[in-house]
Each structure stands twice: as structure tokens, then as C-alpha cells.
Design a protein around this ligand. Structure first.
Ligand code: NI
Length: 189
């Protein structure tokens, strides 16, 4: 699985770069997430306005061939497994690591494909980089192919922020939707 190897490499690179500037860090040394403001087609998404809710945050891009759809489908499945009352307290947020191509309109359309309540967000290259870094997420834009396209290798974890605004967990690629549900419910208690 050379692709997974690349993701791992990206993660390691991000980790090795993490030490040289300010960021919220847990006592263990792991990145602790943090509030952010990004844009969506329906207006700004400011996590400070989402206290009391569980946030499922995924860094990906709409032209991702395989990994993003699998991860986002699990998040969407989890939303569907929750009761309507629980779901009101959960937000599934995709942060595009491809701000060059992922317009707000494109992100909205892509998000809706997975779940009507999923939110697609992006920002400037610098804003997206800062948010990813605060969560310890890495991504690397690959060279442009002869056909003009390019891939962006990225961390494949879904970050779970609790109602208190703190990073509570991160779920690996391949985590079943049931585990998402269990994680969300534990935080909503
Ligand atoms: Ni992807």
C-alpha cells in the first residue's frame, strides 16, 4: 500500500515541523486542536459558536479518489445512526486541504452528497495550514500531472472535538460508523 506509506510520511513530516512555532499542545506533546474560523457556502464557520456540540472534523479534498469518500461516508453514516435530538448537537465538518480548487460551491455540493447536514469549509492557504497544524494533521500537494490534475496526500483521521471545544479523540481511517457513534454519545453525556 504505497499510498498509505505516503500518508504516513506526510504525517511524520508534519510532526517534525510542528516544534518550531506556537501551537496548543497537550502535556503529552500532542497537538490539541483549537478554535478556528473558516468559510462555507452558507457563511463563516466559527468553532467558538459551536460550544456544546461535538465536532467531527476531517481534512480532505473533493477530488480525492478514495480515502476521503470512505472516511466521510463513515461520518455521515454515524450522523444517520444518531437520534434527531443527538444530531442537533453534532457537526460534521470537512476542511479542504485543496483551497486552490475547492470553491465554496463545490464544497457545498460535495458535502451534500454525503449528508445534507455536512459542512464543507475552506480558507486561504495560510488559514487552512494553520488549522491543520493545530490538529496535527498533515497534507502535501503532489506535483501537477501532465493532464493538469494533482493529488493532495493528507492525514486520514477524523478529529473529534468535545462540547467544551477541546480535542477529545481522533478516529483512524477504517473506523466503523458504530465507533463514531459511541465516541459522540460518550461526549454528549
Ligand atoms: Ni482524501
Amino acid at each position: 500500500m504505497p499510498k498509505l506509506k505516503i500518508f504516513f510520511h506526510a504525517l511524520m513530516l508534519a510532526a517534525s515541523l510542528a516544534g518550531c512555532s506556537e501551537q496548543r499542545v497537550e502535556p503529552s506533546g500532542a497537538p490539541a486542536g483549537g478554535d478556528f474560523v473558516l468559510r462555507s457556502a452558507d457563511g463563516p464557520v466559527d468553532t467558538r459558536n459551536l460550544r456544546g456540540k461535538v465536532l467531527l472534523i476531517y481534512f480532505g479534498y473533493t477530488q480525492c479518489p478514495d480515502v476521503c469518500p470512505a472516511s466521510l461516508a463513515a461520518g455521515a453514516q454515524a450522523l444517520n445512526a444518531l437520534s434527531a435530538e443527538e444530531r442537533m448537537k453534532v457537526r460534521l465538518i470537512m476542511v479542504s486541504v485543496d483551497p486552490e480548487r475547492d470553491t465554496l460551491g463545490r464544497l457545498k455540493e460535495y458535502a451534500a452528497y454525503f449528508h445534507p447536514e455536512m459542512i464543507g469549509t475552506t480558507g486561504t492557504t495560510e488559514e487552512v495550514a494553520a488549522v491543520a497544524k493545530s490538529f496535527g494533521a498533515g497534507y502535501i500537494r503532489q506535483p501537477t500531472r501532465p493532464d493538469g490534475g494533482y493529488a493532495v496526500d493528507h492525514t486520514t483521521r477524523t478529529y473529534v472535538v468535545g462540547p467544551d471545544g477541546r480535542l477529545a479523540a481522533s478516529l483512524d481511517l477504517g473506523t466503523p460508523a458504530e465507533k463514531f457513534v459511541v465516541t459522540v454519545r460518550a461526549l454528549l453525556k
